[in-house]
Design a protein around this ligand. Structure first.
Ligand code: ATP
Ligand code: MG
Length: 335
């Protein structure tokens, strides 16, 4: 059986890390077929649009996309193509694993293995009611939380925990101060948690969560939270375990899912062939999980860990002397 996925090679280091990632995937006999589609700067140059209709159609049809970083030029209609994609496909769950890897210059080379599930469509980022008074002295915005939005993200987190054999979900909130919005989120989360007696559920206020993450990150398993808190916490977690080159993310909706590296297009190193492909590779592993190929996903992750352990052909950001392709080949040799 073959599965067709949409592949967006992207801007800056995008094409380099995508070629490396596809090289590894091709070595795994996954039965994947790639449908290449353009987005970002490269699409603007080729088709006069940042997000061509053909690209949208491809994602809609295949329901799965693997995407490299995209550059959104200033003044081209929308503020971010990534945000636009999330909106158009209602990709409500932003799922960001953070795991300790060997031989990275990180604070926690062992002990961290957590997933942040961030609500991706509402909360403080709903973009509603953004206003600046005429005299420029007062700015306001609306934070919108819905029961439906809260319920589906919390349910996603519990289902993810159950599916991946994780034991605990921590609901992160600020309901003591933001009584209406964060309050509704917490109340809804408590009700959903009742349906999952097999998964432990605890609640934590966001400021304390930040301190706990820095001091004792090993206590966390799955974290579920609203948009703004999730944005900050997921970057904090990436920082705990070695930063951008190793941080993948998935944006998941009912009708489509997009898998990516968390980092941007890194124009400073584009074209040099030295970008670390691991973040996108780990995004591809999330994609395999999503497609039900759990055993293959595990094999891919294990090959990355083994290559890091052996310090085989690592890219310069990891202190190695390899390059994007030599690193990928070393990983492919271990899957
Ligand atoms: P964008 O405008 O697309 O967000 P950026 O310059 O902000 O691009 P980021 O990805 O946010 O790029 O990265 C910040 C810095 O981290 C880059 O300048 C780059 O040096 C480094 N970096 C990011 N991703 C990688 C990677 N995969 N491998 C090595 N270094 C990376
Ligand atoms: Mg950036």
């Amino acid at each position: 059986m073959t599965t067709t996925i949409t592949v967006i090679r992207g801007d800056g280091i995008g094409p380099e890390i995508m070629d490396a990632t596809l090289h590894v995937l091709d070595s795994m006999d996954l039965g994947l077929q790639y449908e290449f589609a353009d987005a970002g700067l490269v699409a603007l140059e080729k088709h006069g649009e940042l997000l061509p209709a053909a690209t949208m159609d491809s994602i809609r049809k295949n329901r799965i996309a693997l995407k490299s970083p995209l550059t959104t030029p200033v003044g081209e209609g929308f503020s971010s193509i990534n945000v636009e994609l999330r909106k158009r496909f209602d990709l409500y769950a932003n799922v960001r694993p953070a795991k300790s890897f060997p031989n990275t210059k990180s604070r926690f080379p062992t002990g961290v293995d957590l997933i942040t599930v961030r609500e991706n469509t509402e909360g403080a980022y709903s973009a509603e009611g953004q206003a600046l008074s005429e005299d420029g002295e007062t700015a306001t915005s609306v934070t919108k939380t819905t029961r439906r939005g809260s319920e589906r993200i919390v349910r996603y987190a519990f289902e993810l925990a159950r599916k991946t054999g994780r034991k605990k979900v921590t609901v992160v909130h600020k309901a003591n101060i933001l009584k209406s919005t964060s309050g509704l989120f917490l109340k809804t989360a408590r009700a959903v948690a009742m349906e999952y007696p097999d998964i432990q559920c605890n609640e934590m206020i966001v400021d304390n969560t930040c301190m706990q993450l820095v001091m004792k990150p090993e206590q966390f398993d799955v974290i579920v939270t609203t948009n703004l808190f999730g944005d900050i916490i997921s970057d904090l977690c990436a920082g705990l375990v070695g930063g951008l080159g190793l941080a993948p993310g998935a944006n998941i909706g009912t009708d489509a899912a997009i898998f990516e590296a968390v980092h941007g297009s890194a124009p400073d190193i584009a074209g040099k062939g030295i970008a670390n492909p691991c973040a996108l590779l780990l995004g591809a592993a999330q994609m395999l999980d999503h497609l039900g190929m759990t055993e293959k996903a595990e094999r891919l992750r294990a090959a990355i860990v083994a290559t890091l352990e052996a310090k085989d052909s690592l890219t310069p950001d990891l202190g190695g002397e390899g390059n994007t392709m030599s690193f990928a080949k070393a990983i492919a040799g271990r899957v």
